[in-house]
Design a protein around this ligand. Sequence first.
Ligand code: PMP
Length: 416
Amino acid sequence: MSIFAKFEDIQKTLAGLSQTGQNPLDVRFDEIRSPVEGFVGGRRVLLFGTSNYLGLTFDADCIEAGVQMLRRSGTGTTGSRIANGTYAGHASLEQQLAQFYGKRSAMVFSTGYQANLGLISALAGRDDHLFIDADSHASIYDACRLSSAEIIRFRHNDADDLARRIGRLKDRPGCRIIVTEGIYSMLGDTAPLREIAAVKRETGSYLIVDEAHSMGVLGARGRGLCEAADVEADVDFVVGTFSKSLGAVGGFAVSDLEGFDILRVAARPYMFTASLPPSIVATVSAALTRIQRDGSLGARVRTNGQRLYDGLKKAGFALGPQPNPVVAVKMPDRDTAVTFWKQLLDEGIYLNLALPPATPASMALLRSSVNALHTDEQIDCAIAAISRVGMRLGVINAAPAKQRAERAEKLALPAE
Ligand code: PMP
């Protein structure tokens, strides 16, 4: 029997996904020309599925900082920090991150995935208890596998359920560690952080918040949901990534707790992997400086998220519960989602197809994300294309569009 026989079910699913002529899990871009424009199969597409929230991937200052450092320090570190040492850039980026969050310490990891793996698995020892939201990202689930603590899931965004489950432990020894996210990446909803922080205080637990999708996006200074919900003092560890708002790759954790630095010799996903290349560190630092100096990008991406959300809602689509830069359109079933996704690509709109098991409640979703550089016209173009395909496939009916046309006629405006 082939060693790959165990993947038969996945193979069948892949074959089904490819029936439209394009496997959504294997889109090949000929070229990405800007944060909003790419080419697939020789055709121009507008990018609405990149998580490039602030649109900094082509920022001139970030590129320049990266190029200069590439020339000065070479292409890579070729090893981990504990083996090959810390470069000046790693240390200064950690300082910059700690200062950005107003916390004592920061640790840089090679990806956000590894930041969760390293922080959670090292913090949660044998006698401890990890409480994770049921809709947690795969990196949080994988961190649990690597940890030897007891794992307890609480209902998504349900602080009462969390409190009940912590209460059931009664006097059992061990730390209680709660893990939640800022903006959830699939539906774009946010955690009820005030309620969760209250549970943390009442139960004497520790609280970790993964701000992967909310750093640079939420909060007056771009510090994420913890800042927006005014609970920063209650949060023991913030985890994040450089791969979204900061437009590069890498991850981090920050904390005010004394003793945090011990994780450098306890977190295996930090210790046993190569550190970030200096050029990446330089682009990340330039991007962070930009956020620190200029809050306009965060404001713009929030406005853009609201515009896309409002437009799709008005068109009659079922969406995630809150307007945010992640806007999820709920599909009636998997096959419709796959066809819808492909027809949108043909219409020149690229977004993400999200299917179970990656989605909450086994939903099929078209997951889009806006960034600060999308223009109103581009967002309206995406809304129009999604509405056209939605009507064609019967996901929405024509009524809202018809109503709009009638209203426009009354006002003697062009009907789109
Ligand atoms: N946490 C969350 C909530 C995420 O969505 C992601 C990536 N999608 C990560 C962590 C991992 O980030 P990275 O891409 O830097 O590995």
